[in-house]
Design a protein around this ligand. Structure first.
Ligand code: HEM
Length: 477
């Protein structure tokens, strides 16, 4: 392996910065052997990579391992994470795992780097301005209000499936200005087929080479991708003719992107091509739908487990709204609601880990990493660090008062990432989650069905593995 270890690999002081020299490079300590060698260890479970990350946390500030010839470093320290995302962001690109998503998302915002990414971000940014997203608030409340009218007292159901249904309706309305039509179901189904196969592809070193092979799995992949492209292209085409005919947009994100030009200084004043549009639309669909649904699902679980917090939430909702439906302008006054959602995304961050690839040799904290190293950091791990969050397993919304927040380093809590690639949909997500939660909780109290085992499924987003079974109790008044 060529590593000479300068300290024993023990838990030691979790937050000291032991280093391992390797020629002119300096890496954190970590697994002695190549990762596949550990396949019979309990922390090696391809279905649950959080186990590996939790195991690696014992090495302290950072840990190192190798997969075949690739160096991988897990960073656990907020300062080091800030260096990667902000101070030295130019030395990092998206990691190979995310680049592989190009198979699905082409050169969309998530997968692109450099100038392509900057241009995509410039063009999409106006669609997420405050005034623009404000227009979606009424639609979101309307959809949540319709859902709360359908619920039956004490009927048992899976709240995570229900939150997926709501988030799909919201994305259909705000991205495409439509109901959940068969086309939207089709997009969702094809994305799911592709995602399942994507996980299979991830396990192979040269997956791209297999794409055109006659393997049945690959045939299925190609068919799903073609169907997906056809449906989205069809929607783009009809919207483009509308926008051209009326020289105005319909208010949804798609119209906005269809009409947008890169008019910034340094921009080329060109509109997005059909292909670029498709990549961006699919990216927004994928990034904006499951994440919010998961944030809401985990929040119901935590409210079910913490009736005192739930009661306090109800007090706030009743005081602020006095029985009427919420609006965009109510959001700043729903302070406890925002603390509940923050604490929920601390314990169950929908985006549970992030990665980057080192583009040129770079120093991060005490480490000197070589080009090609993959760097990961996990919201799930860092946001459960007892230095910033004592009794980290406990649900305590009070951790998010302004004073408490000011006492922590910037990257102790980063559910939406940070730096130039911080989630572009963050304000949208906050608005959607807040308004949906408040509309539903105004009418209903949650009870968890006893005896169920709640497990996490950390795929691209952090999902509840077997759903969350609940009964909803109607609130008086
Ligand atoms: C609770 C909900 C959400 C969470 C936790 C979340 C989290 C994240 C995180 C952590 C990143 C950064 C990834 C990285 O730097 O590697 C990201 C990026 C992104 N998110 Fe979100 N997101 C959420 C909702 C949304 C919504 C609603 C949309 C769009 C409607 C959206 C669109 C995007 C896009 C396009 C990017 C890529 C930005 C770029 O690289 O420039 N997200 N999100």
């Amino acid at each position: 392996m060529g590593f000479s270890e300068s300290i024993p690999r023990s838990a030691g002081d979790r937050h000291s910065a032991p280093v391992v020299s390797r020629g002119r490079y300096v890496y954190p300590p970590g697994l002695r052997f190549n990762l596949p060698f550990y396949r019979f260890h309990e922390f090696f479970d391809p279905e649950n990579p959080i186990l590996l990350f939790e195991h690696l946390r014992r090495y302290g500030r950072a840990a190192h391992y190798r997969i075949l010839w690739n160096d991988v470093v897990l960073l656990n320290d907020p300062t080091d994470i800030g260096e990667v995302l902000i101070d030295k962001a130019a030395s990092f690109g998206k990691d190979r795992t995310q680049k592989r998503m190009k198979i699905l998302l082409g050169e969309g915002l998530i997968t692109s780097d450099g100038e392509t990414h900057k241009r995509g971000r410039r063009i999409a940014a106006p669609a997420f301005h405050r005034r623009r997203i404000e227009g979606y608030a009424g639609q979101i409340v309307g959809l949540a209000a319709a859902m709360r009218d359908q619920w039956k007292p004490e009927a048992e159901f899976d709240i995570s499936a229900e939150m997926m249904r709501l988030a799909l309706q919201v994305v259909a309305r705000t991205l495409f200005d439509t109901e959940v039509t068969p086309e939207i179901h089709d997009i969702n189904d094809q994305v799911n087929v592709i995602m399942d196969l994507y996980h299979f592809l991830m396990t192979l070193p040269r997956a791209e080479l297999l794409l055109n092979s006659p393997l049945p799995k690959m045939r299925r992949f190609r068919a799903a991708k073609k169907r997906l492209d056809d449906v989205v292209d069809g929607m783009i085409h009809s919207r483009r003719s509308e926008v051209d005919a009326r020289s105005s947009d319909r208010g949804d994100l798609l119209s906005m992107l269809v009409a947008a030009r890169d008019d910034e200084v340094g921009g080329d004043h060109r509109r997005l091509t059909s292909e670029e549009l498709r990549d961006q639309v699919l990216t927004l669909f994928l990034a904006g739908f499951e994440t919010v649904a998961n944030a809401l699902s985990w929040t119901w679980l935590l409210l079910g487990q913490n009736p005192v917090a739930e009661a306090r939430l109800h007090v706030e909702i009743d005081a602020v709204l006095n029985g009427r439906l919420p609006t965009f302008d109510d959001i700043p006054r729903l302070e406890y609601t925002s603390m509940v959602l923050s604490e929920s995304m601390r314990l169950y961050p929908p985006a549970w880990a992030m990665g980057r690839e080192v583009l040129e040799d770079v120093s991060i904290g005490p480490y000197h990493l070589r080009k090609g190293t993959m760097v990961f950091f996990s919201q799930y791990l860092v946001q459960r660090d007892p230095r910033w969050f004592p009794e980290p397993e406990q649900f305590k919304p009070e951790r998010f008062t302004p004073a408490a927040k000011a006492g922590r380093p910037r990257f102790a809590y980063f559910p939406f990432g940070g730096g130039g690639r911080q989630c572009i949909g963050e304000s949208f997500a906050w608005m959607e989650a807040t308004l949906a939660l408040v509309t539903l909780a105004q009418r209903w109290r949650v009870e968890l069905v006893q005896g169920q085992k709640i497990e996490m499924l950390p795929k691209i987003t952090l999902r509840p593995k077997n759903g969350i079974r609940v009964k909803m109790m109607r609130r008086e008044g």
